[in-house]
Design a binder for this molecule. Structure first.
Ligand code: BT5
Length: 285
């Protein structure tokens, strides 16, 4: 079938609205431009396919990218998680983007909170779409107890100081984005499993970016930490934090430290601050 150019978008929306039809279209660049047009972004680079949007953003930041410049890709072939783990972004199914931040002097003491800024912006944006999600500290967003998004914040240093941060966010929008279970440490899901099938990636992206921009001036406040704490998964539950090399810390998840670290309470009532690791519910609890 030949589709007249001006009708392509409405044809795609119509096709996507059919239940049971599998579709896999690249991101619509006109739609993307329109969705982002009202945001005070720096420059935007879009790729149909890329290794990693974070790698591109780090290189661009080193090369003088403006504050709030954005890299968006339809597919990543070498998407990264923490500790060089893989992040899967199959074509036409997910959101993968990286936002460059040049922190102001006032923001510099609070850079360890930036992962919370990104995670809160994701949970806030999903609420706009009627979805209640939670943050699995430090960098995962869960929907119905399954991972729907991952965040990777990386920094560029100038001597002793962070000069620039890259916030990388990956979201499984359509079912096709969810990797098979043997590739995962933690169960995963997509927005499509909780929303109508016709989820517009461009609008989800816009809402998350708008959320980051709106929350940024509040990053130093106590209310920021309170909102982040309220969004945490497993609050009040017994958890285990795996820190690599088989080392595990266990305790009740009570909240956050002022720097965004996790605060646990052990069986003797002592507070334990945790600065890195993977949180799981404690087996048998
Ligand atoms: C993360 O790491 O969750 C951070 C993911 C950040 C991805 C974004 S996409 C845009 C930007 N460009 C990049 O190259 N990266 C960022 P971590 O907590 O280490 O979790 C990684 C683990 O999540 C993997 O080892 C898998 O088990 C699992 N995983 C990989 N792809 C997934 C997916 N699409 N959905 C759910 N889980 C996934």
């Amino acid at each position: 079938m030949v589709i007249p150019h001006h009708r392509t978008e409405s044809f795609l929306s119509w096709l996507k609205s059919w239940p049971g039809i599998s579709y896999n279209f690249p991101m619509n660049q006109n739609e993307l431009k329109r969705a982002l047009s009202k945001l005070p972004l720096g420059d935007v680079r879009y790729f149909d396919s890329i290794g990693s949007t974070n790698s591109e953003a780090l290189a661009w930041a080193t090369d003088g990218a403006k504050d709030l410049s954005l890299v968006v890709a339809d597919e990543q072939t070498a998407g990264r998680g923490r500790l060089d783990r893989k992040w899967f972004t199959p074509k036409g199914t997910a959101l993968a983007f990286s936002l460059i931040l040049h922190p102001t002097l006032g923001e510099k003491p609070y850079l360890t909170r930036v992962v919370g800024l990104a995670a809160l912006a994701v949970t806030d944006s999903l609420r706009i779409h009627g979805l209640i999600s939670q943050i699995k500290w430090p960098n995962d967003v869960l929907l119905n107890g399954r991972k729907v998004a991952g965040i990777l914040v990386e920094s560029i240093w100038a001597g002793e100081e962070v000069d620039c941060l890259v916030i990388g966010i990956g979201i499984n929008v359509l079912k096709g984005a969810v990797p098979s279970e043997e590739l995962l440490f933690f169960p995963a899901t997509s927005l499509e499993e909780s929303l109508a099938p016709n989820v517009a990636r461009e609008k989800v992206l816009r809402d998350i970016l708008a959320g980051i921009i709106a929350l940024r001036p509040h990053i130093s406040s106590d209310s920021f930490i309170n909102s982040w704490e309220k969004a945490l998964a497993f609050r009040g539950e017994q958890v285990q934090v795996e820190q690599g090399n088989g080392s595990k810390i266990t305790g009740e998840l009570v909240g956050l430290e002022p720097d965004g670290g996790l605060r646990l309470r052990d069986e003797t009532g002592k507070t334990i601050p945790v600065r890195f690791g993977d949180v799981h519910l404690r087996p048998g609890k």
